[in-house]
Design a protein around this ligand. Structure first.
Ligand code: AHR
Length: 505
């Protein structure tokens, strides 16, 4: 079937900056994300740079990854960084109890992670251990990484081959402290967060942006406990003295969806997935409203440092490794999330998809024979990268095709966002309908437009995905749109994501 939608974009009303860090990533010691995904070791036949897979780095560089969170996740709260520095063959091993109970050889440690960030051109976001660590251990890690001059940790770093300190802008104070990070209650963790953050010092010019481990989904009580720990209602206190950001995690996974297959699902499951993904809007709005009450000047940032789809693992793979396929449906979850993230750009300052390679909603799938597959989600990150650090433009969707109802919930078929940077505008539009193509008309008001370039990501069905054998089943293609007298018209096919890049005059 076919339908119509109409929108208006004000090209001359530049709004808040869309922080580039909304396009952040996450790499945990989990399954084959680090080992096999990023790290193959220097002796591997797979081409590598100091042990890090070259093809993976090259592919990710095209996304302009702004930051990479590491080493977890749940793993962060059992990781002892000292075991991951020094000669690799002398590093102690440990058991990764959260993820598959496998032995961790600590070959990928602090130096390897910082080398990876340098290769990617990404800012490091190191997540420290609160659950099973100590304040001293975390404090010394910060010193090891960022201090110049002479000190015990600086001497150790130098002995391990790195003279100059690194720049580490982002620091996590534990992870999911309400669960795998220590099963703490909100008040207890809020106190721990203050204590740990106190000893994560700014050394020299390195200014840490400390992120307190936040809520699961819409647990506003958790967020409020953290806010109360640093501020109060209407007291005018600057809340940034201990930590500067508060995180939350939001997965598109729940009963009825979570245990579904990544590639074999019904139309109803497809729509339920998008309903769950769209609900992050309500969750962000809830945390933001609470933060506005305690921090009206918006000095603290809201950070969604884990998001994405969570499906059944691929048949025959270790259930603890969270290795899942990635279909066009996942790409539309990502494009929808980004529209929502852009809309919350005033408060939401960082987001990290879980996870970059071979785990959950990955950009890249690899195998041990050297194959590398770019997923549909990868292409959304690439097509949307022009939004990074651009200013949001108002998009008014004036008329929509009929919403799709599933029980009490509805999917609104057309989702859009737009931004402006360096005299160019970028428009993103998704058609989430499974069976209706839409003629989308957009009034481009306020500025004259020149040349344009449009691309589309779609495929035969929402289940379409890429494999080592068919690695281009879902990939972007040039897309024809017309622009006449400031009116853009696009035939947006069912289950598709499109971007239009406009030169402004
Ligand atoms: O991303 C996988 C896991 O999900 C993370 O380790 C944890 O923080 C979350 O529960």
């Amino acid at each position: 079937s076919s339908s119509n939608a109409r929108a208006v974009i004000d090209l001359d009303v530049a709004g808040p900056k869309i922080n580039k860090h909304l396009y952040g990533h996450f790499a945990e010691h989990l399954g084959r994300c680090i080992y096999g995904g990023f790290w193959v070791g220097e002796d591997s036949p797979i081409p590598n740079e100091g042990g890090i897979r070259r093809d993976v780095v090259d592919a990710l560089r095209a996304l302009n990854i702004p930051n990479l969170r590491w080493p977890g996740g749940c793993f962060a709260d059992e990781y002892h960084w000292m075991n991951g520095v020094g000669p690799r063959d002398q590093r102690p091993t440990m058991v990764n109890t959260h993820w598959g109970n496998v032995e961790e050889n600590n070959h990928f440690g602090t130096h390897e992670f910082m080398a990876l960030c340098e290769l990617l051109g990404a800012d490091p976001y190191v997540n420290g251990n609160v659950g099973s660590g100590t304040v001293r251990e975390m404090s010394e890690w910060v010193e090891y990484l960022t201090r110049d001059g002479d000190s015990p940790m600086v001497r150790l770093r130098k002995a391990n081959g790195r003279d100059k300190p690194w720049r580490v802008p982002f620091w996590g104070i534990g992870n999911e402290a309400w669960g795998c990070g220590g099963n703490m209650r909100a008040q207890a963790y809020a106190d721990e967060a203050r204590r740990y953050a106190t000893f994560c010092r700014d050394h020299g010019d390195n200014k840490l942006y400390r992120i307190a481990a936040g809520a699961a989904d819409d647990d506003l009580e958790w967020t409020e406990a953290l806010l109360k720990a640093v501020s109060c209602l209407n007291c005018g206190r600057d809340p940034r003295s201990t930590f500067q950001g508060i995180s939350f995690h939001y997965y598109t996974s729940e009963a009825g969806i979570r245990h579904g297959s990544a590639t074999d699902f019904t139309d109803e499951q497809y729509y339920r997935t998008l309903i769950k993904a769209a609900d992050i809007d309500r969750v962000i709005a809830g945390h933001s409203a609470l933060m506005d009450a305690y921090d009206p000047a918006r000095k603290l940032g809201l950070i969604c440092d884990e998001w994405g789809t969570w499906w059944e693992v691929e048949p025959g793979t270790n259930p603890g490794f969270l290795f899942q396929q990635n279909a066009l449906r996942d790409a539309l979850v990502a494009s929808l999330h980004f529209d929502i993230f852009h809309n919350h750009a005033e408060r939401l300052q960082m987001a990290n998809i879980a996870q970059t390679v071979n785990v959950l909603q990955a950009m890249i799938l690899t195998d041990d024979n050297g194959a590398m597959v770019l997923t549909p989600t990868y292409h959304v990150f690439e097509m949307n990268k022009g939004h990074q650090d651009a200013q949001r433009l108002p998009v008014h969707v004036i008329s929509q095709p009929e919403a799709v109802s599933v029980d009490q919930d509805q999917v609104v078929p057309i989702s859009m966002s737009a931004s402006i940077k360096d005299g160019r505008a970028l428009i993103s539009a998704s058609n989430l309908s499974v069976d209706s193509d839409t003629t989308l008309t957009v009034d481009l008001r306020g500025r004259a437009v020149g040349d344009h370039r449009a691309r589309i990501l779609t495929a035969d069905s929402p289940q379409s995905h890429n494999t080592a054998e068919a690695n281009a089943a879902v990939r972007p293609a040039d897309f024809e749109v017309s622009i006449d007298n400031g009116v853009l018209t696009a035939e947006l096919p069912r289950h598709s994501f499109a971007t239009v890049d406009l030169d402004l005059q």
